[in-house]
Ligand binder design. Structure first.
Ligand SMILES: [Mn+2]
Length: 431
């Protein structure tokens, strides 16, 4: 792993939080992700299960966590299963966790090899009553591929058809939405790496550079600081920025265009999510500046408006009402358009058609319980935008915030966002 070691107390505490939610005599099993194939004998880089990482700090493939807090047998209360690091495996794949290292990372004292799992599982199943199994229940998940957890759900139910099975995901969503201080520190570190990447670009972007050259600069900055792209970067000049999920990043950045950068780093599996929009030549046109300042006002007001107890849908709606007023001033909406506004058909929808923000953490669109108000400890993105394909540009700005009882804390407050500041930094780098 590239990140520095994380104190296992984070994961010990996460397991303790989960155990407090479990009914008596519950058994919990969480699997690592598969290493997914590409073509021929290729495979994607291992992408750790964020649920398993949350509970153990372990990123290694094929690992399994078993929690059975009420087991009469103390060594069965918490078991982490990992691959046995036999010589042939280490020759081909490199170092695998020893038992001592697995304990050091996770705080779990009982470490077993994967081969022991079937027997120990059977033993635990004979005394457990409620079996909590994990599935991806993200509300926007649309995967057609089965996970190891999915396969285990089917296998376990086949082998032990008379047990009571329960869903682990709602419990994990509830827990993962509220970030501990240690988690916020890791997100802050990701934000710090992102800041370095963005500031590097202010000295790099100029007419004639290609979007993919911008991507390469970020890649260098993120990776050398132990990070990596948190998600496929969107580096969209001119009208490309009006395609919300433009990721080709293969066009030239032209004089007079704006460049929309939805680019951020992760650190230790924790993500940040930043969007900035900068003038390719270092100076906004008056029209670009007017649109930019409108988006910035909505972002600032929405950051302030993210308070404990507010429902996400109300927060979003408030931003739409602000955006209606901004679009009116920009001459993009008429008073009649604004008068017709409803929650179902917002007046601003033609120019601001997406959500205002999302939970962020171990996943970029992080898991969170549905239909509950904002609570202290949530980390959210705030990302209003205005998209003007007819004028050949778009502006989106996005910061990450921590919601607290005393109001929101902007985790990206130190990343330049004022238009004047962006212009000054771009000018300074050209001297
Ligand atoms: Mn985002």
């Amino acid at each position: 792993m590239r990140h520095q070691p994380i104190d296992s107390s984070l994961f010990v505490e996460n397991r303790a939080r989960l155990k407090r939610l479990l009914p008596p005599n519950s058994l919990v099993i969480v699997h690592a992700n598969d290493v997914l194939p590409t073509n021929a004998d290729g495979s994607f880089k291992n992408f750790p299960s964020t649920d398993l990482f949350y509970l153990t700090g372990v990123e290694q493939e094929e690992s399994i966590l078993l929690l059975f807090p009420d087991s009469p047998e103390p060594t069965q209360r918490e078991i982490l299963f990992v691959r046995e690091p036999i010589e042939i495996l280490e020759i081909w794949e490199g170092h695998k966790l020893t038992k001592a290292e697995a304990t050091e990372a996770s705080g779990v004292t009982t470490i077993k090899w994967i081969g022991d799992f079937p027997n120990i599982l059977r033993n635990c199943m004979l005394t457990a009553e409620q079996i909590f199994l994990n599935q991806n229940e993200h509300r926007r998940a649309a995967a057609v591929v089965q996970t190891r957890d999915d396969r285990f759900v089917a296998e376990c139910q086949k082998q032990f058809p008379l047990h009571t099975y329960r869903r682990l995901a709602p419990l994990l969503h509830q827990l993962r939405a509220v970030k501990s201080d240690a988690e916020v520190e890791l997100i802050r570190r990701a934000c710090g790496i992102t800041k370095g990447g963005f500031e590097r670009l202010l000295g790099f972007v100029k007419p004639g550079v290609y979007e993919h050259e911008v991507e390469a600069e970020l890649s260098h900055e993120f990776i050398r600081n132990r990070g990596a792209f948190a998600y496929t970067p969107i580096i969209a000049s001119g009208k490309n920025a009006c395609g919300l999920h433009y990721v080709q990043n293969d066009q030239i950045c032209n004089d007079g265009d704006l460049l929309l950068l939805d680019v951020a780093s992760n650190y230790a599996n924790y993500n940040s999510d930043l969007t900035r929009t900068i003038p390719v030549n270092g100076r906004f046109t008056p029209r670009q500046r007017d649109v930019y300042d409108a988006v910035l006002r909505v972002m600032r007001a929405s950051i302030a408006g993210a308070v404990v107890g507010k429902m996400h849908r109300d927060w979003h709606h408030e931003s739409q009402l602000m955006m209606n007023e901004e679009l009116l001033k920009l001459g993009l909406l008429t008073k009649e358009d604004v008068a017709k506004h409803t929650r179902e058909e917002p007046a601003c929808k033609k120019y601001f058609m997406h959500g205002l923000g999302h939970s962020i953490g171990l996943d970029v669109h992080d898991v969170a319980p549905g239909n509950v108000p904002f609570a202290a400890g949530w980390v959210m993105t705030v990302e209003p935008g205005i998209y003007l394909p007819d004028e050949g540009f778009a502006v989106r700005l996005e910061n990450d915030i921590l919601i607290t009882e005393d109001g929101s804390v902007d985790l990206m407050a130190d990343i330049p966002v004022e238009a004047d500041e962006i212009e000054a930094m771009m000018a300074a780098s050209r001297k």
